[in-house]
Design a protein around this ligand. Sequence first.
Ligand SMILES: [Zn+2]
Length: 485
Amino acid sequence: MSARQSYEPVIGVEIHVQLATATKMFCGCELSFGDPANTHTCPVCLGHPGALPVTNARAVELAILAGHALGCTIAPRSTFHRKNYFYPDLPKAYQISQYDEPVCLGGEFVALTPGGELRVGITRAHLEEDAAKLVHAGPGGRRAGAESSIVDFNRGGTPLLEIVTEPDLHSAEDAVTFFKQLRLTLRQLGVSDCNMEEGSMRADANVSVRPVGSQELGVKTELKNMNSFRFLERAMEAEIDRQIAILEGGGKVTQDTLHYDPDSGTLHPLRSKEEAHDYRYLPEPDLVPVVPDPAWVDRLRAALPELPVDRRRRWMAELGITFEDAEVLSESAELATYFEDLAARVDPKAAANWVRGELRAQLRERDEEPWESRATPERLAGLLELLDARTINVPAAKEVLAELIERGGDAVAIVEAKGLGQITDESELDELVARLIADNPEQAQQLRDGKEKVLGFFVGQAMKATEGRADPKRVGELVRDRAGV
Ligand SMILES: [Zn+2]
């Protein structure tokens, strides 16, 4: 048994998502990404003395929505605290955050995996404001080696929801699966756009390892601010390996905060926990507690749409489609709706194959999405019915699809206009096959000798002779009959 197999990783994650509000958490400044620096500021988010914050009701609403989706209890009363520390991106020298009374408590998120379910306990989710953005001037654009650093306050005061999980994850792969499905859920609920490149979703991971079978938790380290699934997975893998190597060498893991360097694939300590700040949390005196009307909380729960994980589970159970198909087809709410509409009209498995395969392939070249396309579910269903009835074959169906995408219209009319209907006259096909065998005695003999590949030659010849209007499967059968195989 390798060292890796004798240890069990234990992982919990903290996820920050930027809430999809129009304005900031405690002021009316507009939220926008990429605008000129310091164009969305006011005395509140610049921390001028005496400026008074007001909680953004929409941010509370989105937090409650997320809480419902995570199976959390929505606190009847939650409060804000001041988290004190000094840093140039924090003009008040404190961040307003929820501390001991968060808005959402104790839930569970269920993710689907090819092998079953992945259940992850949710400890809490709380509201807070983001810091401003430091821009490091000089070569490299990083803090180290910068000639100077300047501050863009546009991001300062952005509403964030921090979701904290229990240490229920036991591999980097599972953590990424959880993370991806949580992201899909929050996006489809409109809680956040979860755009990792723009920093609207960031993850920290707490990682420890313990001998397999042990129930005690090992010393954990914290991996900070990973902003892509790939880095997240690699950083966790690297940290699991690093901790196992320390323990196997008789050493002890120290409780560090680590930064992952994607270029070198290594982890560097940021600061030791012993030196960590005492944030001196103080109750925020300028904000009233959040006490949501219970009827409003119930209304939000009742209005919750079907969650992606529930939709996937239902499709697999009721429509008989595979996990992989369900995963791809539920990537967005629009695609899911398109597929459901089609699957209600034709065989769901055929619907899944065509949407995932040919439809998306043809649309990709035009940079179009299925739900925006002229090939509506109704029109595509018409096409798949012709295919199912063997009125047309697969190559012809692809041609009809191209026409539907280009001009819309009706599959039956397109087949007629283009003369794409399959030859249904059995005797016509039989005659053709007899002729092909007579004309190609050598190949016919090879087929009788067991060279299965030669069958393709005859089918190809038949398709050529009929300009693609023969049913290749039926031709194959006839060739076997005629050749006496
Ligand atoms: Zn402001």
